[in-house]
Design a protein around this ligand. Structure first.
Ligand code: C2E
Ligand code: MG
Ligand code: MG
Ligand code: MG
Length: 278
């Protein structure tokens, strides 16, 4: 039994990536109420293995189906979430839903389902006792821990991540894998790589976006890929938008890719249908 393969013809049938939202107003309003009113939605973006395009994992990406503003991406409402102190609540909701959805996907696809679901943890959550919500989501849904992977956003500072390290170790001992997201963006500190029990890194999409035009960005992608290999970390390149970028990443030996060129974030229904048809 093998994971499903997304060929170019299969991805032709995918919905096109979301157009940039025209309305840039930030959503105010209370994220806690959005959770209570059941207005959050999760989309899943496939992560593919090079060279066979097998869908080995999906990343859960949250949206707010706002009553008047429509479907909002995180850039429209995370600032309010941070200000209101609601990010741990949001992350808890996402964890629970992602585990439930992953079990549903495995029910539909069996062993051909993606092996892992990646869930982002925000910096405010990393400052709390997040082992409890992670383990509670696994225990209450019954999803095996090895199916869950956490992505740590680089917005978290070194102090927060250093204090989070023992909690991350508790989770990794249970079988949950941890990756550092948006590697190279923000104030990247290599101490993250030496101090945290990491399983992988994700190269920030700004480097992928410019790697074909800018030798410097190409050098950074090359360096991060080599570094990951030496540290025995799995490396994923984000934001792959063209076939040329994909070919360049394949030449560098990047093993995992994610981006609009391969598949946009999808509803659970669309993801299930596409994988069933693949
Ligand atoms: P991220 O974790 O780095 O997620 C990847 C982002 O890149 C997603 O944006 C995705 O839709 C977008 N993306 C994927 N492929 C491409 C591409 O080819 N080109 C371009 N330009 N963009 C692409 P999204 O969903 O708007 O999320 C933005 C950020 O918000 C995420 O960045 C993550 O840091 C955060 N986020 C998203 N969902 C969650 C969540 O459930 N919980 C938490 N704590 N944070 C989340
Ligand atoms: Mg992420
Ligand atoms: Mg990322
Ligand atoms: Mg990113």
């Amino acid at each position: 039994c093998r994971p499903k393969v997304l060929t170019t013809s299969a991805s032709d049938r995918l919905p096109s990536p979301p157009a940039r939202p025209v309305d840039r107003r930030a959503a105010d309003g209370n994220l806690a109420e959005a959770v209570a009113r059941d207005e959050l939605r999760l989309l899943y973006q496939p992560i593919l293995r090079i060279p066979d395009r097998a869908v080995v994992a999906v990343e859960a990406l949250v949206r707010w189906e706002h009553p008047t503003l429509g479907l909002l991406t995180p850039d429209r409402f995370f600032a309010a979430g941070h200000l209101g102190g609601h990010m741990p609540l949001l992350d808890r909701w996402v964890l629970r839903r992602a585990c439930t959805d992953m079990l549903e996907l495995r029910g539909a696809l069996g062993c051909a389902a993606p092996a892992h679901v990646n869930v982002n943890l925000s910096a405010p959550t990393l400052a709390t006792d997040f082992t409890e919500p992670v383990l509670a989501a696994l225990d209450r849904t019954g999803l095996p821990a090895r199916r869950l992977r956490l992505e740590l956003c680089e917005g978290a500072d070194l102090e927060t991540l250093t204090r989070a390290a023992p909690r991350l170790e508790i989770l990794t001992r249970r079988g949950v894998a941890v990756a550092l997201d948006d590697m190279g963006a923000g104030s990247t500190d290599l101490r993250y790589l030496s101090r945290l029990a990491l399983h992988g890194i994700k190269i920030d999409r700004q480097f992928v976006a410019r790697m074909l035009e800018s030798p410097r960005d190409d050098a950074i992608v090359t360096l991060l890929t080599d570094l990951a290999r030496r540290l025995r970390l799995r490396v994923t390149a984000e934001g792959v938008e063209t076939a040329d970028q994909l070919a360049a990443l394949a030449r560098l030996g990047v093993p995992f890719v994610q981006g609009y060129h391969l598949a946009p974030p999808l509803t659970l229904t669309d993801l299930t249908d596409i994988l069933l048809a693949a």
